[in-house]
Design a protein around this ligand. Structure first.
Ligand SMILES: NC(=O)c1ccc[n+]([C@@H]2O[C@H](COP(=O)([O-])OP(=O)(O)OC[C@H]3O[C@@H](n4cnc5c(N)ncnc54)[C@H](O)[C@@H]3O)[C@@H](O)[C@H]2O)c1
Length: 256
C-alpha cells in the first residue's frame, strides 16, 4: 500500500535536539514516505541536527537563521534545486530572552518584544513568502503555537503576545495562499519538556497543572502532535485551513 506522503517534499524548520517537537514531526512524516529537508539555526546546533537528520534516508540538511533574509533566500534557492517542487513546510521555531519569560509582562522591554516577535511570529511570514512559489502543486504550511496566545499564562508573557500575532498570521496567510491550494494552519500543543520550554520560569508547575486538570488527565506526548502534523501535511486535511488545532489533552476547554 502507498504511504500517506509518498512523493511529497517537506521542509522541517526547528529541530535543535531529539526532544524538539520538530523532530517528532519529522519521524512521523518520514514514516509515511515524505522526503524531508531540515534546517539548523547555526553551527552551534549543526552537528546535533545532522546526526538526527542522517537517520532519515535521503534527508537534505541546510542552514537557516530566520532573522537573516539572505539565509531564507538561499534556502529557497537550494530547495528549488534539490526538490524542484515543495509540498509542505513545518515551522517550529520560537525564541524570547529568558528574562522576558518570568515576572510581569508589564516589564517587557522594547528590544525583547521586537526579538520575540521577529523570531516567533514574523519568521513564518518571511519563510512562507519565499516557499509558496515552490508549492506549484498546492501545499500545506503549519506552525506551532500555545494557549498563551489567548489566555494570560504565568511567565509566558511576551511569547503569548507573539503567539497571538503568529495565529493571526496563520489566518492572513491562509486567506492569501488559498487561491494556490496552499493551506496554512497552527497546532497548539500542551506543555512538553524541550529546550525552548526550559526558558520559561516554573515550567514544571504548568506541566503538572495540565496533567492534573486536563480532561484526559495527562500531559502531551510529542508523538501526538506529530500525528496531527501528519494529518495537516496529508490530503486527509484538504478542507482545513486558517485554523488552530489543539493537541493538549483538552486542557484549553477547562474553566474553573
Ligand atoms: N515545548 C512546549 O511546551 C511547546 C508547547 C506549544 C508550542 N511550542 C512551540 O513549538 C515550537 C518548537 O519548540 P520546542 O518546544 O520543540 O523547542 P526547541 O527548542 O526544540 O525548538 C525551538 C527551535 O527554534 C529554533 N530557533 C530559535 N531561533 C531561531 C532562529 N533565529 N533561526 C532559526 N531557528 C531558530 C531553535 O534552533 C530550535 O530548533 C516553538 O514554536 C514553541 O513555541 C512548544
Amino acid at each position: 500500500m502507498e504511504s500517506m506522503l509518498t512523493g511529497k517534499n517537506i521542509l522541517i524548520m526547528g529541530v535543535a535536539n531529539e526532544r524538539s517537537i520538530a523532530w517528532a514531526i519529522a519521524q512521523s512524516l518520514a514514516g509515511q514516505g515524505a522526503r524531508l529537508a531540515f534546517t539548523y539555526e547555526n553551527e552551534r546546533v549543526e552537528e546535533r541536527v545532522r546526526k538526527l537528520a542522517e537517520k532519515i534516508p535521503d534527508a537534505v540538511i541546510l542552514p537557516c537563521n530566520v532573522t537573516v533574509d539572505e539565509e531564507i533566500d538561499s534556502l529557497a534557492a537550494a530547495l528549488k534545486e534539490r526538490f524542484g517542487v515543495l509540498h509542505g513546510l513545518v515551522h517550529s521555531i520560537a525564541f524570547a530572552k529568558s528574562e522576558e519569560l518570568e515576572g510581569h509582562y508589564v516589564n517587557t522591554s522594547r528590544a525583547g518584544f521586537a526579538l520575540a516577535h521577529d523570531i516567533s511570529a514574523y519568521s513564518l511570514v518571511a519563510v512562507a513568502q519565499r516557499m509558496y512559489p515552490l508549492m506549484t502543486e498546492g501545499g500545506s504550511i503549519m506552525t506551532m503555537t500555545y494557549l498563551g496566545s489567548v489566555r494570560a499564562i504565568r511567565n509566558y508573557n511576551v511569547m503569548g503576545v507573539a503567539k497571538a500575532a503568529l495565529e493571526a498570521s496563520v489566518r492572513y496567510l491562509a486567506n492569501d495562499l488559498g487561491q494556490y491550494n496552499i493551506r496554512v494552519n497552527g497546532v497548539s500543543a500542551g506543555p512538553i519538556r524541550t529546550l525552548a520550554a526550559k526558558g520559561i520560569k516554573d515550567f514544571n508547575s504548568i506541566l503538572h497543572t495540565v496533567e492534573e486538570k486536563a480532561p484526559l488527565r495527562r500531559g502531551t506526548d510529542p508523538a501526538e502532535v506529530a500525528d496531527t502534523a501528519l494529518f495537516l501535511m496529508s490530503s486527509m486535511s484538504r478542507g482545513v485551513t486558517g485554523g488552530v488545532i489543539y493537541v493538549d489533552s483538552g486542557y484549553n476547554i477547562i474553566g474553573v
